[in-house]
Design a protein around this ligand. Sequence first.
Ligand SMILES: [Zn+2]
Length: 136
Amino acid sequence: MYSISEKINLTEKATVEKNTFINDEAVPSAITTFTCCHCGNKNTVAIVPYESGFPVLQLYHEDKVVSKDELLRHKIVNGTSQSMLHFGELTVNDLPTLYFGIDCTSCHSKYIGVFSYGEKQPGLMILTISGIWKYE
Ligand SMILES: [Zn+2]
């Protein structure tokens, strides 16, 4: 997993095997696969809560990597509810939201994944992967 600092263009959305992890399912890591749109290879992704990923704000700050509009249009994030704005303007599921860059291990196509993790209700920790998109 790596951070992205240059402007990118999102293309296709990859198929992700499992998107939602509840409580112990995300400990010690949430593991899923995505299928490469280009070569069909199944890539494994392991997200470690509080360790993996970079703040999603880094993507849309000054529209540096991806614009807010594009993030909303691709349904990568939603506008955050008024009461949860301390997590940022754009989030997944009104929880702290992060992203990561990852390459297909077979053809090296580039992908970006976005997820959120946090306590949705007392005793209910949810990790939600909003999706993994191919980019150029
Ligand atoms: Zn591939």
